[in-house]
Each structure stands twice: as structure tokens, then as C-alpha cells.
Design a binder for this molecule. Structure first.
Ligand code: NAD
Length: 371
């Protein structure tokens, strides 16, 4: 039997937990003994009693040194890594492009560190894809945050007291988060325009009842993993010119444009924000990796001199922690189950999922981008 440790999150802003009680039962069935740090699930609505009823042991933080496998949501402190036993396996979001010292600590401690960001975007790995499961919820929350900040309602209403026009949303970047933002804004009755540099997205935008804004940028495209290719500075300028009019007419702009492992493109300039109507709202979902919007600040809400609110929440999904933990926990369970057989954890380092996600193993770092 293998020993799993589910930690409490150390970042006070974090509300999610890596494993929820219903997955404790599923893990027990495939031969795992699950140990949950006391209080780990409380912010997400899962008290210790629910974990105990599902068959978990409630333990203290020092259980780390006994665990074969540790599951968390966010990256750990270096001291925590040093407290793990050699040969242990650690799984969470690790932000490996920006956490080279931490990755080195994992390698030196002889701990296998698996990074959820590095799971391949293949059909078989979809059920372990934390970036997708969490971005989907973040896209949903982005629309609700904007709706709560606006001074107007979203849908059209024809009443004896007059007709109210529907609000206009503009979604820039239509990956997982952008698609969910479009669907949510449409459900609330808004009109939605959208743009992405990947031409394949146009059909998906139309199928949700939104309008695709056409801007000719010359050659764009996507990588083998489905991520956008970086635009040239000239293309970014063309994009800004092509978008300026739509931005000025929009009540809400939601930007989700990211470049995997690199700084996000700066698409919306201060001048474009100044051209928006007072009371408009922008949600910059790329704020943590540099921001798509000039003037956005991580975890701050900025109000510009012309009355535009720019929301820079870096973890929108953390405001729906119960659902977000349910999805995250399912991703963790599927990862563990994929490599479990006969009550044992058998990581196969030839398997593409393990090869890409395990960024340290046997004291070595797998990829020079993390060194
Ligand atoms: P992401 O978070 O990296 O980026 C969000 C969106 O921003 C992308 O659609 C990207 O094209 C777009 N973008 C980048 N630069 C831009 C710019 N200058 N202007 C406008 N838009 C810009 O992307 P994501 O949500 O992680 O998804 C990327 C792709 O991977 C999508 O095609 C998605 O369907 C695919 N995907 C596949 C799987 C799978 O097969 N398992 C899982 C998840 C996602």
C-alpha cells in the first residue's frame, strides 16, 4: 500500500484543496492510504470529518517526511521539499519556467517533482489537464466578476418602462477560458465579439453564437501542442489597430491571451483603454504572466481616470473553490490511477505524460528550460 499526503495550502489566498473526500474513496479502492493535513479542505467546504468518513487519516504537517506521494495545488516552500524522503513523488502546479531555484531544490532532495503545467495536451491526458479544468472555471468567473462590477444589466429587456439594449462583450484570446467566457456571457444575454490569432478558433466562436472579429495579421498559427505562436511587433500593432474600434464600443473586455512559458502579449494599450466608455470593465486574465492590458496589476482592481475598471485577479477559479477543487482532485486522481497497478504506484518514464510532467527525477532536471 502506498502513502498519499494531501497538504494544506500555504498561500493565504489559496482556497482550493488537491484531493476531495469522494476521491479519497476512489484512491483507497486502488490501494492507496490517504492522509490529509488537518483543515486542508475547509476553505473549499470539505471539513476533516468528511475526509475521515471517506476513509482518510487526518494528520499534522510533519507527516510529509513519511509520504510516498504528496499532492498539492500550489508550489511548496523549499524547506518543505527538503523535509520529504528521497524517492518521494510530488505533484502540483509548479510554475517551472519561473521557479528554477525550487526545481533545483527538488532535484537535490532526490524528489520526483511533477508539474501539472507540463501535462501534454493530448486526448488521453485530457482528464488530468489542470490548466484546462481550472481555466474553464476562471473563464466563467471572469464574466460574473465583470457583471458584478458593471453599473448595468447584461440582457436586452423590453418593458413598459422602456427598452434596455444588451451589453457588448469582447473576448480576446479564445482558448479554454475564452470559450467559457463567451458561453457564460451569452447565457447572461450579452452580445459577444471575440478574436484569437489562431484561425481555427473562428468556427468555435461562431458555434457559441458570438461574432469573430476578422483582423488580417498575415501568417499566424499554433504549435504542435495547440498553443499560439508569438506575433511579431508589427503584427501586434496591426492587431491593436484592428481591435481599437471594437474595444471603444465594448462594455466589457475579457483578455485571456497567453503564450505558454513566455510573457503574455501586451495587446490593449492605455490609449485604447482611454477610448472606452466610463463604467466599462476589463478583466485581464493574463495579468500574472505580464498582462494583456496596459495598467492592469496582479491581484488589484484599478480604476482609470476615464472611469474604466481593470480587474487583475490572478486566480479567478479560487472564488469557486468547491467546484475548482472537485475538478482539480479529479485530475489528481486520474494522474495517480494512470500510473497505478496492483496496489502499487508504477511511474513509467517512457509514457509521454510522465516524461513531460516529471521535471525532476533521480536527482536530475529533465529539461534545460527549467535549469
Ligand atoms: P492559452 O491559455 O495558452 O492562451 C489562451 C488563448 O490566447 C489561446 O487561444 C491563444 O491562441 C490566444 N492568444 C495568444 N496570443 C494572442 C494574441 N496576440 N491575440 C489574441 N489571442 C491570442 O490557451 P489554452 O486555453 O491553454 O488552449 C490552447 C489550445 O490548446 C486550444 O486550442 C485548446 O483547445 C487546446 N487544448 C487542447 C487540449 C487537449 O487536446 N487535451 C486540452 C486543452 C487545450
Amino acid at each position: 500500500m502506498k502513502t498519499l499526503f494531501v497538504t494544506s495550502e500555504r498561500d493565504p489566498r489559496e482556497t482550493r484543496v488537491a484531493v476531495i473526500p469522494s476521491d479519497v474513496q476512489k484512491l483507497s479502492k486502488i490501494g492507496w492510504s490517504v492522509n490529509v493535513e488537518s483543515g486542508a479542505g475547509i476553505k473549499a467546504g470539505f471539513p476533516d470529518e468528511d475526509y475521515a468518513a471517506a476513509g482518510a487519516s487526518i494528520v499534522g504537517a510533519d507527516f510529509a517526511k513519511e509520504a510516498d506521494f504528496v499532492a498539492a495545488v500550489r508550489k511548496p516552500a523549499p524547506e518543505f521539499v527538503k523535509s520529504l524522503k528521497r524517492g518521494a513523488f510530488y505533484l502540483s502546479l509548479l510554475d517551472p519556467f519561473n521557479e528554477k531555484e525550487l526545481i533545483k531544490t527538488f532535484a537535490e532532495a532526490g524528489v520526483t517533482a511533477a508539474s501539472f503545467e507540463m501535462i501534454p495536451r493530448s486526448t488521453i491526458a485530457q482528464k488530468m489537464d489542470v490548466l484546462s479544468s481550472q481555466s474553464n472555471l476562471a473563464g466563467y468567473v471572469s464574466v460574473l466578476k465583470a457583471a458584478n462590477t458593471l453599473k448595468k444589466i447584461l440582457p436586452m429587456m423590453m418593458t413598459p418602462a422602456g427598452t434596455i439594449s444588451p451589453l457588448k462583450f469582447f473576448v480576446v484570446g479564445v482558448g479554454v477560458a475564452g470559450l467559457q467566457a463567451i458561453a457564460t456571457a451569452k447565457r447572461l444575454g450579452a452580445r459577444v465579439d471575440a478574436f484569437d490569432t489562431r484561425p481555427v478558433v473562428e468556427e468555435q466562436v461562431k458555434s457559441l453564437g458570438a461574432k469573430f472579429v476578422k483582423i488580417d495579421l498575415g501568417e499566424t498559427g499554433q504549435t504542435a501542442q495547440g498553443y499560439a505562436k508569438e506575433l511579431t511587433p508589427e503584427q501586434i500593432e496591426m492587431q491593436r489597430r484592428g481591435m481599437a474600434k471594437v474595444c471603444a464600443q465594448s462594455d466589457v473586455i475579457i483578455t485571456t491571451a497567453k503564450l505558454f512559458g513566455r510573457k503574455a502579449p501586451r495587446i490593449i494599450t492605455a490609449e485604447m483603454v482611454a477610448g472606452m466608455k466610463p463604467g466599462s470593465v476589463i478583466v485581464d486574465m493574463a495579468v500574472e504572466s505580464g498582462g494583456n492590458v496596459e495598467g492592469s496589476k496582479p491581484d488589484e482592481t484599478v480604476i482609470t481616470p476615464n472611469g474604466v475598471t481593470i480587474i487583475g485577479d490572478t486566480c479567478l477559479e479560487a472564488s469557486v473553490p468547491s467546484t475548482a477543487s472537485q475538478m482539480y482532485s479529479s485530475n489528481v486522481f486520474n494522474y495517480i490511477a494512470h500510473f497505478s497497478a496492483d496496489g502499487e504506484f508504477k511511474p513509467n518514464f517512457e509514457d509521454q505524460i510522465m516524461k513531460m510532467s516529471a521535471i525532476t527525477h533521480d536527482g536530475k532536471i529533465s529539461d534545460e528550460r527549467f535549469m
